[in-house]
Design a protein around this ligand. Structure first.
Ligand code: IPE
Ligand code: IPE
Ligand code: MG
Length: 229
């Protein structure tokens, strides 16, 4: 990464293709999720090193409960294990961890792990790694509207944003989806209003910092007009 490039403040990624990656290698889908978790670590570290402030990663959607029970259980265990292992790494690298999504559907144990990781990393001043967990954008917006009502706030963009799970986090600059699918799958619909979109064929477990460098270079060549001329 050369120095002259403007580094985006907020990168969001739909980490897709773990299952197909595994299948292409004759492995079980779960092996793809395990490999994917390693890439979460390396991409987080890289983004922190180059000065990205927020990295929001789609790890489990409100729709993913439709998957076979065994796969869902595996993902829950992997998440718990990942967060516990990662705590030391977050602290060493000055990374803050934050979860978005409706966490109430998770087991008490997992909710506890998430909360502890958030609390213990809350003083970090480098990158914030935001994991979207049981996250659905429509669900988030509905919950935000309910909060607006409870607080009897006026319906304004600012007030609604202050009730979203992403309150305090700026809108997305770069939105990436891996694995060749070209859709948002209920991800950050509000926050992606003016994001620059990137779709790559690469399955998430094969995604590298070099590919991210190419995306950031491309981002630098795009003119973001935000409606002006
Ligand atoms: C993304 O990979 C990870 C999660 C949704 C948890 P997938 O599991 O969707 O992989 P594909 O799309 O089936 O290949
Ligand atoms: C989106 O991927 C959710 C995550 C990456 C966590 P999916 O694989 O679940 O999305 P669809 O079903 O292909 O739209
Ligand atoms: Mg998928």
């Amino acid at each position: 990464m050369t120095n002259e490039l403007k580094i985006p403040t907020h990168i969001a990624i739909i980490m897709d293709g773990n299952g197909r990656w595994a299948k292409s290698k004759g492995l079980k889908r779960t092996a793809g999720h395990e490999e994917g978790a390693k890439v979460v670590r390396s991409i987080t570290k890289y983004c922190n090193n180059i000065g990205v402030k927020f990295l929001t990663l789609y790890a489990f959607s409100t729709e993913n409960w439709k998957r076979p029970k065994l796969e869902v259980e595996f993902l829950m265990k992997l998440l718990d294990k990942y967060l516990k292992n990662e705590l030391e790494v977050y602290l060493k690298n000055n990374v803050r961890f934050k979860a978005i999504g409706d966490l109430s559907r998770f087991s008490k144990k997992l909710q506890e792990t998430i909360k502890t990781t958030e609390e213990k990393t809350s003083k970090s001043t480098g990158l914030t790694q935001v994991l979207a967990l049981n996250y659905g954008s429509k669900d988030e917006i509905i919950r935000a509207i309910k909060k607006l009502n409870e607080k009897a706030l006026d319906v304004t963009e600012e007030n609604l944003e202050s009730c979203l799970d992403t309150a305090g986090i700026p809108d997305v600059d770069i939105m990436i989806r891996t694995s060749g699918e070209v859709r948002l799958s209920n991800y950050l619909l509000w926050q992606n209003a003016y994001a620059e979109m990137f779709f790559t064929q690469t399955y998430w477990p094969d995604f590298t910092k070099h590919e991210l460098d190419d995306i950031i270079s491309d981002f630098n060549s795009r003119e973001r007009r935000f409606g002006a001329i």
